[in-house]
Every structure is written in C-alpha cells, then in structure tokens.
Design a protein around this ligand. Sequence first.
Ligand code: CMX
Length: 424
Amino acid sequence: MPTIKEALGALVPKMQSEIRELVKNHADHVVSEVTIKQVYGGMRGVKALVCDTSMVDPIDGLIIRGIPLGQLFDKFPEEIFYLLCTGELPAEDEVDALKANFGQRATMPDFVEDVLRALPKTSHPMAMFICAIAALEEQSYFRKRYDEGMTRDEMWEAALEDSLNLLAKLPALAAAVYRIKYDKGDLIPADPSLHMGANFAHMLGNDDPDFYDLLRLYLTLHCDHEGGNVSAFTAHVVGSALSDPYYAVAAGLSGLAGPLHGLANQECLRFIHGIVEKYDGAPTEEQMVEYAWEVLNSGRVVPGYGHAVLRATDPRFTAFHAFGEAHFPDDPVFKTVATAFKVIPDVLKEHGKAANPYPNVDAGSGALLYYYGITEMEFYTVFFSVSRAMGLLSQLILSRAWWEPITRPKSHTTDWYKEKVGMA
Ligand code: CMX
C-alpha cells in the first residue's frame, strides 16, 4: 500500500491534466449566475469554488470523497486525512505506519510553550491556539523551500510536509493551551505509540479508554465540510497567496472562532447549562419549549440548530448522540440535549425563520466532552479546530497540486449595484 506521499504523487499528474483540459476546453461555460440577494447574502449558493475533498448534501450531510460520513464512524483521524488527500482509504498495513508517522511528529517544540505562558490568562483558548500555530510557522518547510526557489511542481510536496507536521502537533498545542490556561499542572509529553485522538486525550490528562474513543470519533466527525464555509474559504484564500500552511490554518481557525461557526459548540453547552441551572436538573419537554422561546423572543439564535447548507439532522449530531446514549444516557446534561432534540425543531418551525430547524454538529458534542471532565466550555472550539485542520490542510495540498492561482473576485460599490438595477 502506498504512503500518503506516494498516493498523492500518483494522483497529482492525473488531477493536473484533467483540470487543464476542463479549463482549456470549457473556459466560457456558465455554471452559476449571481443575484443581488447573493451579493448581499454571504454569496450563498454561488458556485465559484473547487473542493475535491468533500461535499455536503442538504439531507445526507457530509460525504468525504464519495463516502457518506456514516460509513466512516469507526475510522481513525489519520485514516480520514489520508482519504481526504488521496481519495482512498489506506489499507490496514498502511494505517499503523500512518499512525506511527503522526506519532513521530507529535512533539511540540519548547518555544511554543514559552509563547503560550507569556500570554495573559484572560486570553481566549482559540486566540492562544492560533498564536501557538503562528509561532510554529518558524518551522515551515514550505516557506524555506519557497525561499530556496522551489518550482510550482514541488509545492504540493512542501505543503504536505508542513501539513503532516502541523497536524501531528496540533493535539500537543491544544493540550498545552488547556493545561496552561486552566492551571492543570505541567505539560504531558506526547506518546508516539498512541493514535491521534488517544494522544490528545492523554496530553489533556485523561487516560480513560472511552475518552480516547470519544476524541477519535470527535476528530473524525469534524474533519471537513467542503470549501465554502468560513474557515475553509479563509484558509483557501490565504493559501492562494502562497502563504504557507501555518499561516493559512491560523487564518482559517480565526474564522472558526466565530459564534456563528465553530464557537457555536461553546454557546450551545452554555445554553444547555442555562436550562439545567434554571430548572435545577434536566428539564421537562414543556420547560425546554418555554426556555427556547425565551431565547428566541430576546432576539438570540438557538445555538446548535440551523445550518447554511444542511436541511435535515446533521449525521455528525446523530453519531455523537448515539455515543451519549451508549455511554451515559442518564447524565442530566446529556438528557437535556436529548430533550432539546425532541422539541426544538418544532419550536423553530413555529418561529418560522430558520431554513433548517434541525440540530447541527455543535448541538451535542459539548455534553460529551463535559461528561469526561472537560468543563471549560470556552475550550470546545479548540477540539473542533484540531479536527477541522485536516480539511483545511488537505484542501490546501490539492490547491497547490493543481496550481490554483491567487483568489481575486471583483467587488463593486453599492452605488454600482443600485445603478445596475436602475435605482440610482
Ligand atoms: N435560532 C434562531 N434563528 C435562527 C436559527 C437558530 N438556530 N438559525 C437560523 N435562524 C434565523 C437566522 O438568524 C435568520 O434570521 P434573519 O432573517 O432575521 O437574519 C433566518 O433564520 C434565516 O437564516 P437561515 O437561512 O436559516 O440560516 P443562515 O444560513 O443565514 O445561517 C447559521 C446559518 C448556522 C449561522 C444559523 O442557522 C445560526 O445562527 N445557527 C445558530 C448558531 C450555530 O449553531 N452555528 C453553528 C453552525 C455549524 C458550524 O458552522 O459550526
């Protein structure tokens, strides 16, 4: 079975020639028109991006390289990264080699710890995490090779090398943020013999095998969500300037830190906790409905519900829910998430605004982390980030492989649009 580099090496020439032929022979073929609503509405639905790693079906959810996520729940994150990059799952003999490859790269350099310790204790964990990634940029192979004059044919290999190093170290960076920010004692060194999820759990300080498995699942489920979401799109734009993968991921994750995107998992558990506190335990269905209306009537959104693309229950939510059902169905926080799932879609339907009244990935993940002692909700988006970096990085490697040019759409003034529709 080929290594990830060998598999990509075989794929890249084919990909390059197909894209060259597509653009040469169909350059003027119209694939999308743009309306005023889309210009002023976050470009929703405009087809102007390429993402070969995954697509999101409004009903079936995430499909990675043609495989629905539901068929990948038992995989390791390292396998998922291989799949995202190459379009194939690694054979069993390659999985162990891949895990060992990640394990060997997993140790965080000491200077990153110094950077993290220099930050104020009031820094948000996402800001600390992004600082640590920016500090690690010092080790960028892509930038070094660029300075040495690498050709554009060599760029994907340099992007892959940076990606493997960064991805393997992200659990150590994240665990360092956690232990420093929340005074959990000395940092715990990476154990190269563990898979990525288990190593992450180990460095956080919890060696419960169920928590190992939760983090394996967590890293697998959040890995990618096609190319137009805020974090992927941002990383993609930054990478198109040939900024190296460290810069691109730091930028993308700054987008993930927004409450309408990845920060929703923190907001979501706050929402669930608010209910548990108010009703002194898991609420009844009636109490949950009452609470949801209070949130909506105060002009806030119900976190963890709705989606820009999905129009059904997110399969990632379903997988987390099944994990909770299997391990701790009577936990009051988990029970509250379950009650919310029963009643909130109907509340949102009655409210009549959200195009998708069903839960997204963030609705249930926090309850599971909380159960295993990760009670610091501000930290939850860092878990999301470690996983999502797989999508950002695999997309960057492929972009460099087909020589994607710098992103530069055209903007106009509001006066120009007014004139266009005869309003001026
Ligand atoms: N609660 C209340 N109102 C909601 C809502 C929710 N959960 N979801 C959407 N709406 C509202 C929108 O705010 C919008 O209202 P206005 O017309 O007053 O602006 C209206 O319904 C239509 O929005 P939409 O087309 O359904 O949704 P968008 O594509 O604009 O936004 C999203 C998608 C995720 C930002 C939105 O559903 C939301 O804010 N959800 C709560 C936050 C959340 O869970 N985010 C995590 C998403 C997953 C991720 O990226 O990590």
